[in-house]
Design a protein around this ligand. Structure first.
Ligand code: FAD
Length: 665
């Protein structure tokens, strides 16, 4: 039986059927991410250029059930955001009209509604979105390419915000371009640089200007645009029920625009304390902004958050740090624009397939379940699964542990994060993972020591014992290495390591040494790769090609030209100051990958927590996070290094020095 879809062509009016103007221009705004109305270029353009305008969201079954890569908590949050967007439209100025439901729409609603959930889970979302007096979004269901092409056939243009994508999203967007041709426009309204051969050559200037520029405001009052809403019978609640979405996580924020704005306001009020709340996981939970899910789905734009804090926060280091992190958001997102392969391949070809030979499903399972015998890792992994959120330091530490200590393939961990994070942003998660996994080829590399992290970030063990209650009675002085607690102590407190809590699954020091010797052996080849323009481009350093070349020159024992004869000469693109900043000191900035065709391997199902099965690729692979050197590079060489947590983060990296390249101790 073919999948039901809606709206069908018969449901879609031609623009002149709903507008009196002669030869009216009808524009559909296709929302995917960027689920907002303000500072949304596609919306502003449609209101300004169209006589008729139809805001549309299509529920794509690919993101649900077996093919979906997100946990149910993120799916639900997203559905809430769609509901909230509908309300924003419904509340917008009133030049709007409904197009009545047709029989086909009613049939689709029946199909969705007649699929009972297989569990007791019941969606708490409203049943009715489309109020007769206040038309909102048109909600579709099915393959977006089919549905958009129906609008085009009925005489509509499509406009949508370009978003950094890879895998399925990239293929879908290509299909939309193929099928809709000139009738579809992807607008770049998110500050990222597109359609330039070397997007990084003037990147920081462009980003700075974009952040300071006026926001896009739809000119509801300046234009007489008629807003159309087609009643399709589709509601988030019906889709949610159809796929039996049953969130099991706790502490997940609500996906509404009101909640996003409240979160931003409250964070701005406490921004002075931000620097001291970043590193320790228990402090970060309420101490960082909590904006990541809202920024990811676009309930707020990065620019809206940036300008709100700039306008309303006191002048302080916390505000500066927050603003620079928003630039990191753009920096990592830009990487995925520059090379969609981040989810699939190591950015530096020298590191492709690293750790594949050591794949050990039991170690992977121990990591996913929080049963490695390293309390800080285990507490973090349990927290991730239960709440869908971790602060940066714990995300980075667990990624580092997975690749550098357990020696497991990076993409399995990245996929696991992508499934569980309620804020998972493909652009940030996978680029950060590659960065933390050391797949870029930079000489400075972080290897977090999870025992040191206990001593530094949770010396009293409050957070660890919250997530590992079986260690609650162990004296806190042993929480960094429970297995070292004398037997008499274990006896006395009743915590028998090896019984109630596992002994370490690997020898930390030995594994770390193995990582370093392999890394250093591969480093010259990685540096050579980094000199190749194609690889430098995909690595997408904020300092551009010259940053890649500077790294290669300084740290790789390389010949003048790459062995394959590739001439590494793009001198006119030089951006030397940022290159220097990115080369110095720290660790986790930009990755790179090879130019080969995607390998299309089988990948581990991110939702399979016990034995590993393989599923066709399409599940993610790639992650990353900004590092101190990125920090300096993307924020105009500013280093937030004077005090507190930030200094601590940087110290961890700097101490790796130029000789050891990255051990934090
Ligand atoms: C392996 C790994 C995977 C990550 N995956 C994601 C992800 O999928 N989505 C995501 O938003 N962040 C990700 N991060 C970055 C960071 O951990 C989160 O942005 C942050 O913890 C979100 O909480 P917050 O909004 O309270 O952060 P805040 O400290 O309040 O920061 C405000 C915003 O700045 C941006 N930001 C902050 N730190 C970073 C960073 N290191 N890199 C890029 N942007 C940053 C985010 O948009 C964030 O919401 C990842 C980090 C690592 C090490």
């Amino acid at each position: 039986m073919s999948q039901p879809t809606s709206p069908l062509s018969a449901d879609i009016p031609t623009p002149d059927a709903v507008c009196d103007a002669a030869n009216p221009t009808g524009i559909v705004v296709w929302h995917r991410k960027h689920l907002r109305v303000e500072d949304q270029l596609a919306v502003s353009r449609a209101v300004a250029d169209g006589d008729v305008f139809c805001p549309l969201f299509v529920f794509d079954p690919t993101f649900y059930a077996d093919s979906g890569l997100a946990c149910d908590a993120r799916v639900r949050l997203f559905e809430e955001a769609v509901t909230s967007l509908d309300r924003l439209y419904a509340a917008a100025p009133p030049n709007a009209t409904h197009v009545a439901a047709t029989d086909s729409a009613a049939r689709l609603a029946d199909t969705l509604d007649s699929s009972p959930p297989t569990t007791e889970a019941v969606s708490e979302q409203p049943e009715t979105l489309q109020r007769p007096d206040a038309p909102g979004l048109t909600l579709g269901y099915g393959d977006p390419v089919d549905i958009l092409s129906r609008f085009v056939d009925r005489g509509w243009h499509i406009i949508t915000m370009a978003t950094p994508t890879s895998r399925y999203g990239q293929r879908r967007d290509e299909r939309v371009r193929d099928v809709c041709g000139d009738a579809v426009t992807f607008v770049s309204g998110d500050g990222l640089v597109r359609d330039e051969e070397w997007p990084r050559s003037n990147w920081q200037t462009q980003i700075t200007e974009w952040l300071a520029a006026d926001q896009h405001t739809p000119g509801w009052d300046d234009h007489n645009t008629v807003r159309v809403s087609i009643r399709t019978g589709v509601t988030p609640a019906a889709v949610d029920r159809h796929f039996d979405v049953s969130p099991a996580k706790t502490q997940v924020p609500v996906g509404t625009h009101r909640a996003a704005m409240t979160t931003l306001r409250e964070f701005t009020d406490r921004v002075r304390s931000y620097p001291s709340n970043i590193s320790a996981p228990q402090d970060a939970r309420d101490g960082t902004s909590g904006l990541s899910p809202y920024l990811n789905f676009g309930l707020l734009s990065v620019r809206q958050a940036h300008q709100y804090v700039a306008d309303n926060a006191p002048s302080c280091r916390g505000a500066d740090m927050f603003e620079s992190r928003l630039v990191w958001n753009l920096h990592y997102s830009q990487k995925l624009v520059d090379w969609p392969g981040w989810t699939e391949q190591a950015v530096n070809p020298a590191f492709e397939n690293r750790n594949e030979a050591f794949h050990d499903p039991e170690l992977v399972t121990a990591w996913k379940r929080g049963q490695t015998g390293f309390p800080m890792v285990d507490a973090s992994m349990r927290c991730l699964k239960e709440t869908g959120w971790l602060n940066f330091r714990m995300r980075a530490m667990c990624a580092s542990f997975f690749t550098h200590v357990l020696h497991q393939p990076w993409w399995i961990g990245a996929d696991w994060y992508h499934h569980h994070l309620i804020d998972s942003d493909v652009g940030i998660n996978y680029t950060q993972w590659q960065s933390q996994a050391g797949l870029i080829g930079k000489p400075s590399q972080r290897v977090y020591n999870p025992r040191k992290q206990v001593r530094d970030q949770d010396p009293d063990g409050d957070w660890i014992t919250r997530w590992i209650p079986e260690l609650a009675d162990l004296p806190s002085e042993f929480l960094d290495q429970p297995e070292k607690a004398p037997l008499a102590v274990q006896q006395e407190c009743g915590v028998h390591v090896g019984e109630v809590y596992p002994r370490p699954v690997v020898d930390f020091e030995a594994r770390r040494e193995q990582f370093w010797s392999r890394y250093e052996a591969q480093r010259p080849e990685a540096a050579r790769e980094l000199r190749r323009p194609a690889i430098a481009k995909r690595a997408s350093f904020s300092g551009g090609y010259s940053a890649a070349r500077a790294i290669a020159d300084k740290h790789g024992t390389v010949e003048a030209d790459a062995p394959d004869g590739t001439q590494a000469s793009l001198g006119d693109l030089a951006d030397t100051d940022t290159a220097t900043a990115e080369t110095e000191g720290a660790a986790a900035t930009p990755p790179q990958t090879n130019t080969a065709e995607p390998v299309n391997p089988t990948v581990t199902d991110p939702r399979e927590s016990s034995t590993q099965t393989t599923i066709p690729t399409g599940a993610g692979r790639n992650a990353g996070e900004p590092s101190p050197d990125d920090r300096a590079a993307v924020s105009g060489q500013r280093r937030d290094s004077e005090e507190g947590a930030e200094r601590d983060e940087e110290r961890d990296v700097r101490s790796t020095g130029q000789t050891r390249f990255g051990d934090f101790e």
